[in-house]
Design a protein around this ligand. Structure first.
Ligand SMILES: Cc1ncc(COP(=O)(O)O)c(C=O)c1O
Length: 393
C-alpha cells in the first residue's frame, strides 16, 4: 500500500481498521477471467466478504448466499435477484417462503437435503412459481446429498411440477493447493453428469463448482498462479460435459483486496522476549494455515524504514489471552509505539472468522478505497452491548 494512502487512512480514521481496495478487487476478478478458460463464469461466495458485494454486481455472474442475513445484505446492495444462488445447509422455511413470494426473480435455489427439496416443491406449488434448482452433490459431509438421492430425484423429476432442475452444485473445501485434487473432482463430476445423462436422459444445463482456489498468505510461499489456473482450465476444457460451468469463489476473489491496519500501543521486554502490543488482534485477523503464529504473512510497517539492524518482536493483540499472538519473532528495526502494521490479504473471512465478541472490544471501522478515495462504510461497533444482560424476562 502506498505510503500516502496509509497516511490518508491514519489521518482520517482510527486503528484498527479494515480497508478494502475496490480497484484491486476488480483487477483481481479481471486477472482470474484472463487466466481461466473463457468457458467459465464466476459466482462470488459472499460469505468471504459481505462489504464488497454491492461493488461487484457488474463484475460477476452470480452471488452465492447462505443465510437470511446474507440475503438481506444482497437486497440492500441491490444485487440483481436473477444472479443470486440461495445455498446453505439450513434454509429457514419462513425466509424461503418470503423469497418465493416477494422475489420471484431469484436465480437459483440449491437442494441440500430431501427436506429442502420438499420445502421448495411445496412452496413452488403453493405460490404457483417455477423455481430453478441446483442439486448439491455431497463430498462426504453434512452438505449436499448422495449420488443415489440425486439419481432418484432426477428419475422422478416430473413429479416436482414447478421445480426446474437446472444442474448440479459441488463444493468440497477451501485452500486447494494442487490441481491433482481439483482434477480428481473434475473427473468425478464429469462422470456423474454422464451417468445422469445415460441412465435418465437428463442433461444438466449447468454445473456450479466451488473450486476452493488457494490464497498464499505467507512470505516465502512462492506460487505460479497463472500456471495453476491454466492447468485447471485445461481440465475443464477437456471435460466431456459441455454445458455451462460456473465456479463459486470466495477467498480467491476477495482476499487480496483487504488491508488491516493496527497500531503498536505498548512495548516491553519480559524475560528476554520483546513484546509489541497492538490495538488489534486475532479477533480481527485470521490467516488460514497460520500455525502457532510462526509464519510471516505479507505485511508492511509504517513509517517504512530501511535500517537493516533489526530486533525480533512478538506482535501481540490486545485480548486478555496468551493466545492473542499475531506473529512470533518478527524482525523490525527500531520498533516504536505508534508504528502501524499493515497486514495484507485480509479481504476474505478475517472480519467474520475472528472471535470478535471476546473481551467486548469494539468492532473495527471498515473503509473502502475506490478511485483513489476513501469512504467509511461501517463505523466502529460497541460489542459490549451484545455481551451483557438486557433484562429480557
Ligand atoms: C458452497 C460454497 N461455495 C463456495 C465457497 C467459497 O469457498 P472459498 O472461499 O474457498 O472460495 C464456500 C465456502 O465455504 C462454500 O461453502
Amino acid at each position: 500500500m502506498k505510503q500516502e494512502v496509509i497516511e490518508n487512512i491514519l489521518k482520517n480514521y482510527e486503528t484498527p481498521i479494515y480497508v478494502f481496495d475496490i480497484d484491486k478487487l476488480k483487477q483481481r476478478i479481471r486477472f482470474l477471467r484472463e487466466n481461466l478458460t473463457k468457458r467459465l463464469e464466476l459466482c462470488y461466495a459472499i460469505k468471504a466478504n459481505t462489504f464488497i458485494v454491492g461493488e461487484i454486481n457488474d463484475d460477476v455472474e452470480r452471488f452465492e448466499v447462505c443465510s437470511p442475513g446474507e440475503y438481506s445484505i444482497c437486497e440492500e446492495a441491490n444485487i440483481t435477484p436473477e444472479k443470486i444462488v440461495i445455498s446453505g445447509v439450513y434454509k429457514t422455511p419462513s425466509v424461503i417462503e418470503h423469497m418465493v413470494t416477494t422475489n420471484k426473480e431469484i436465480g437459483r435455489y440449491t437442494v441440500e437435503s430431501l427436506e429442502q427439496l420438499n420445502l421448495l416443491d411445496e412452496l413452488s406449488k403453493k405460490h404457483n412459481v417455477t423455481l430453478k434448482v441446483l442439486l448439491r452433490l455431497t463430498s462426504g459431509n453434512q452438505f449436499g446429498i448422495n449420488e443415489e438421492d440425486i439419481e432418484k430425484i432426477i428419475s422422478n423429476k416430473e413429479t416436482y411440477m414447478n421445480l426446474n432442475f437446472v444442474g448440479i452444485q459441488y463444493f468440497s473445501g477451501t485452500q486447494k493447493r494442487t490441481n491433482k485434487r481439483l482434477q480428481k473432482e473434475i473427473d468425478y463430476l464429469d462422470e456423474f453428469i454422464e451417468i445422469l445423462e445415460q441412465k435418465y436422459n437428463y442433461v444438466a444445463e449447468e454445473l456450479e463448482f466451488g473450486t476452493g482456489f488457494p490464497v498464499h498468505y505467507f512470505q516465502g510461499e512462492e506460487f505460479d498462479e497463472i500456471g495453476f489456473l491454466k492447468e485447471f482450465s485445461n481440465g475443464i476444457d477437456n471435460m466431456k460435459y459441455k454445458g455451462k460451468i460456473v465456479i463459486e469463489l470466495g477467498r480467491s476473489i476477495a482476499a487480496s483486496c483487504g488491508y488491516y491496519l493496527t497500531k503498536v500501543v505498548d512495548k516491553k521486554t519480559n524475560k528476554g522476549q520483546n513484546y509489541a502490543i497492538l490495538d488489534g488482534g486475532i479477533h480481527h485477523l485470521v490467516y488460514y494455515g497460520q500455525t502457532m503464529a510462526m509464519k510471516f504473512p505479507h505485511l508492511e510497517i509504517y513509517p517504512s524504514r530501511e535500517n537493516a539492524n533489526t530486533e525480533d518482536w512478538n506482535l501481540m493483540g490486545s485480548l486478555c489471552t496468551i493466545n492473542d499472538i499475531i506473529i512470533k519473532q518478527y524482525p523490525v528495526s527500531n520498533l516504536q509505539i505508534g508504528d502501524v502494521f499493515v497486514f495484507k490479504n485480509t479481504g476474505a473471512y478475517c472480519m467474520t472468522e475472528g472471535i470478535s465478541l471476546f473481551l467486548s472490544r469494539e468492532l473495527p471501522q471498515v473503509a473502502i478505497l475506490k478511485n483513489g478515495k476513501l469512504e467509511l462504510v461501517r463505523d466502529t461497533f460497541k460489542t459490549y452491548v451484545l455481551n451483557k444482560s438486557n433484562g429480557i424476562n
